[in-house]
Write a protein that binds this ligand. Sequence first.
Ligand SMILES: *Cc1c(COP(=O)(O)O)cnc(C)c1O
Length: 372
Amino acid sequence: MPQIPFIDLRAQYLSIKPEIDAAIARVVDSGQFVLGPEGEALEQELAAYCGTRHAAAVASGTDALILSLRACGIGPGDEVITTAYTFAATVEAILLVGATPVLVDIDPKICTLDLNQAAAAATPKTKAIIPVHLYGHPCAMLELMTMARQRGWRVIEDCAQAIGATVQGRRVGSFGDAGCLSFYPTKNLGGYGDGGMVVTNDAKMAEQVRVLRNHGGRERYQHLALGTNSRLDELQAAVLRVKLRHLDAWTQARKTHAAAYANALTAAKLEDATLPSTLPGYGHVYHLYVIQTPHRDRAQQHLAEQGIATQVAYPSALCDQPAFREPSVRCAPCPIARRVAQRVLALPMYPELSDEQIERVVKTLAESLKTN
Ligand SMILES: *Cc1c(COP(=O)(O)O)cnc(C)c1O
């Protein structure tokens, strides 16, 4: 029986091999490998894509978060509100700049931070909020921006899973002070290694990130601030520029697959499975297609036995991980995140998935869950 992988990066490479091979050869031939024309072109193309005026390329999504926080002047004594249910990097970034993460519970349907909980967790020390557009569904950015502006908070959007996702037609990353992208290979726009980007409408923010990413200066042996090495390399930038040209078609394929999953799962009448929802006015880009079921472990095991790979993203609320305990992290009560963590199961989702594969995933899932 053929395996169905969770993601198939080789199939994607084969579909665009001549373009990718030419881009890699161009960089190797140029002899310029770090901070060059490919990276600058990618910055402009991604700023245009996200609908921002500026972009600054960095070495990873994690660094995009860290350098955005630093560019906002966030540090020791400051509190930053974010969701208890995200990939660890969001919370690591806050701790690594010396600030205190304040983790709040999520909306049970779309699994993003609950604004009422954010309001309840605010203190005079709150300086910023990091909404995470989890799985590719945007947070309630219009309401969040109103709340943040009233309170004087900076807003850093974690767009690592959501490039191209929209609220009222406007792309994520363009709402806050900064939007942070990740080019980790499995992301919707993934490189052949690590990479990241800060998109912003704020020229000062972009300039600050460019200074911090390269040892605190714009010129060699100029050190205006304590910086680091967080540069994007030219090979990644060239690969990403090729892939960006295909991103809208790939996102459309993800949406088509999500609709096919929803049809087949609804037709299977599974008693114990909740499908992912998209709220009206929001554009979901389905980085992950995540269902919820109380029989998650049993379902995952059965799918694995039938050669179908799935993932549990994520198996716990971050406040239950040893690295993120009080007092370095403040955690509001998170009953919903804890419950969701027991129930989520991400099914295979990538542009190259076929209708037959989707049918087989649903048929196999139905064998392990009750129907009515
Ligand atoms: C992947 C991811 C990151 C980190 O990106 P890297 O490029 O792997 O450093 C941050 N936040 C979220 C929500 C992510 O999914």
